[in-house]
Design a protein around this ligand. Structure first.
Ligand SMILES: Nc1ncnc2c1ncn2[C@@H]1O[C@H](COP(=O)(O)OP(=O)(O)OP(=O)(O)O)[C@@H](O)[C@H]1O
Ligand SMILES: [Mg+2]
Length: 268
């Protein structure tokens, strides 16, 4: 399953898998911070914003925070933003609500979503809308989302919205057009990049996920992965995996900085 390098190092599974399980995630300060902000927005039916560079762990942190909500009490509505109109986003929300989308008019879709939310609330399920990749949303979509959030049940707001995206998401929320929506932001956090020591622990942690109890990366290899990735997780994964492949090809027990260099020529 992990290819020839997995066999060479005796891994039980892929150490740097993209679809990492929640139980295997490192609960770093950034991850815990994202969860705290997520929970706060859920409590208040308000908005939380999580920003971070590409591959810094935003979506994974959202997966972790979502997993801590009890499924009998909460219903996660997870959508990935598009650069299209609000109706595209609304159709996705309808889909996560398992309701049919008849027609494409904004007014009709809003009505369908509201009745879907109402049905959840009547079943004592609290909706939580997560919009991942929200940095690509058009500004007019924020204006519309504000209208959706106006929806109340028992004269209380009911729909928390958690946005995740790259750093320009904050700039987009500052525009006049987005202000009515962003005035409901109660928490915002940032997924920090890893420093050199954190990277060492990150790599060791991932090897242990694969059942490997000893460190395969030399000090210089860790430094090379840290520098080459800028402390970003996905890039670190790609460098570490590529370096393991290069080291296994040479039948080396320990990954060197040179193996990381070879790996870096394979990725963009
Ligand atoms: N808490 C964590 N512990 C261990 N590994 C993690 C953690 N968070 C993320 N990763 C690893 O980093 C990879 C990238 O994370 P993720 O997809 O969450 O980043 P992202 O910020 O959402 O990226 P993008 O900007 O492309 O949407 C994951 O596939 C996973 O392998
Ligand atoms: Mg993501």
């Amino acid at each position: 399953m992990t290819g020839h390098y997995g066999v060479f190092y005796g891994f039980q599974k892929e150490p740097f898998a993209q679809d990492i399980q929640v139980a295997d995630m490192i609960k770093s300060e950034s991850v815990k911070g994202a969860r705290k902000r997520f929970d706060f927005a859920v409590q208040l039916a308000a908005i939380a914003v999580i920003t971070g560079d590409i591959g810094s762990g935003k979506s994974s942190a959202l997966r972790y925070a979502s997993s801590t909500l009890h499924p009998s009490e909460y219903r996660i509505l997870y959508v990935t933003a598009t650069s299209g109109s609000v109706t595209e986003l609304y159709k996705q929300i309808c889909h996560t609500l398992n309701v049919e989308t008849k027609g494409t008019s904004k007014a009709l879709l809003t009505k369908i979503i509201r009745s879907g939310l109402m049905q959840l609330l009547q079943k004592k399920q609290k909706p939580v809308l997560i919009i991942d990749e929200a940095s690509i949303l058009r500004l007019d979509v924020f204006t519309e989302l504000h209208t959706l959030m106006q929806f109340q049940y028992d004269s209380r707001p009911v729909l928390p919205v958690i946005l995740a995206g790259q750093n320009n998401l904050i700039d987009n929320l500052m525009f006049m057009q987005s202000r009515s929506f962003s005035s409901r932001v109660v928490a915002r956090g940032h997924m920090e990049t890893l420093n050199r020591d954190e990277m060492q622990r990150y790599l060791e942690h991932h090897l242990s996920i694969a059942g490997c109890k000893h460190n395969l990366f030399s000090e210089q290899a860790v430094t090379a992965i840290h520098q080459g990735s800028g402390g970003l997780l996905r890039r670190a994964n790609n460098l570490a995996r590529g370096a393991l492949v290069a080291a296994a090809t040479e039948k080396c027990d320990i990954v060197s900085a040179e193996h990381v260099r070879i790996a870096s020529t394979e990725i963009i």
